[in-house]
Design a protein around this ligand. Structure first.
Ligand code: PMP
Length: 357
């Protein structure tokens, strides 16, 4: 068996130890005679798996007790509608900070449910300083995307929105670094980049945010209804929850999120240091706003793109093609990407540069 270095933006690479454990437990989970996939979500086996996954998420993220953790479906694109449906009802308007493709999409979807205002419009290669933002003190919330997966810009500071709750799409950097959850009214993220498979959406929501859902909100997407039912108003994505539990247990055993952060910083430094020293490859993002998760880069001569991708694949490095909207390349180096993977990529890039410069 050979495993590739998978630089996919998501679904993405997962810790091999977790995949092995899942494989071992596939047919018979802990002697109960069935797979996790076959269990009733209300049975005692799955209730235990669920409680452990939620407990680990609370512990590793540092979720205060006045927040609910919801395990939902619909992904972050679903949340683009679910968030305003649940939250914009307080006074009908919300602020959106647009820093790239994903926050732009969030804003566009929100306009269907209320007055979604643009607090700031970035240039896609940096995060605008807060002094440039126009915040409405009467907004129901301020929405940001903490890491723009396509553009490769990431917040390395937390906006101060005063009494207006901060809402963050953390799909591509959840649990990649410690954060102060108490600064947010709501955090949402698809699981499929840093902590598990697709199909599971994590929502962390402060209790006082609930109770303003628009009447049109589907019950399955109503945070209050899901909170009152321990995310079991409908059948939750059970197998994805199980895998997330295994991944979080793996992080905990390896030093927790501080260790995950250090590992991520080390990987990103290897790649950015190389890019900055190269006159053949280039990353366009302002240094202080660079993403530690998604590293877009361009070759000096784009007619070499195909050859670059082909050679990478031949060396066991896949999914490096940049998003179709920006072109070029993108290396996604989420939690489970190894140092070895990044070193192999840099070595390949060095060789490629030498051959083609
Ligand atoms: N937001 C961000 C920041 C993302 O990276 C993605 C997925 N690439 C999405 C939203 C959309 O996620 P999904 O397709 O799971 O709904």
């Amino acid at each position: 068996m050979t495993r590739v270095f998978n630089f996919s933006p998501g679904p993405a690479t997962l810790p091999e130890a977790v995949l092995r454990q899942a494989a071992e437990e596939m047919l018979d989970w802990h002697g109960c005679g069935m797979s996790v996939m076959e269990m009733s979500h209300r049975g005692k086996e799955f209730m235990g798996i669920y409680a452990e996954a939620e407990g680990l998420l609370r512990e590793l993220m540092g979720v205060p007790s006045n927040y609910k953790v919801l395990f939902m479906q619909g992904g972050a694109i679903g949340e683009n509608a679910i968030v305003p449906m649940n939250l914009i009802g307080r006074n009908g308007k919300a602020d959106y900070a647009i820093t790239g493709d994903w926050s732009k999409k969030s804003h566009k979807e929100a306009t269907r449910y209320g007055q979604a205002q643009v607090a700031v419009q970035g240039d896609n290669v940096s995060i605008p300083k807060q002094s440039a933002w126009k915040l409405d003190p009467a907004a129901s919330y301020v929405h940001i995307c903490s890491n723009e997966t396509i553009g490769g810009v990431q917040y390395h500071w937390t906006p101060d929105t005063g009494r207006v709750p901060l809402v963050a799409d953390m799909s591509s950097d959840i649990l990649s670094r410690p954060i102060d959850v108490s600064k947010y009214g709501l955090i949402y993220a698809g699981a499929q980049k840093n902590i598990g498979p697709s199909g599971l959406t994590i929502v962390v929501v402060r209790d006082d945010m609930l109770g303003h859902a628009l009447p049109i909100t589907p019950s399955a997407f109503n945070y209050q209804v899901q909170g009152e039912n321990d995310s079991m108003y409908n059948t939750p994505p059970t197998y994805a929850i199980y895998i997330v539990g295994l991944v979080l247990k793996h992080f905990k055993a390896n030093g927790g999120i501080a260790a995950v952060e250090a590992h991520n910083a080390r990987k990103a430094k290897i790649l950015y240091d190389f890019l900055d020293a190269s006159s053949f490859f280039r990353n366009p993002v302002a240094k202080e706003d660079r993403s530690l998760m998604n590293v877009p880069f361009k070759l000096k001569d784009e007619t070499l793109d195909e050859a670059f991708l082909k050679g990478a694949a031949a060396g066991g490095m896949i999914q490096l093609k940049g998003h179709r909207s920006v072109g070029g390349m993108r290396a996604s180096i989420y939690n489970a990407m190894s140092i070895e993977g990044v070193q192999a990529l840099v070595k390949y890039m060095q060789d490629f540069e030498r051959q083609h410069a």
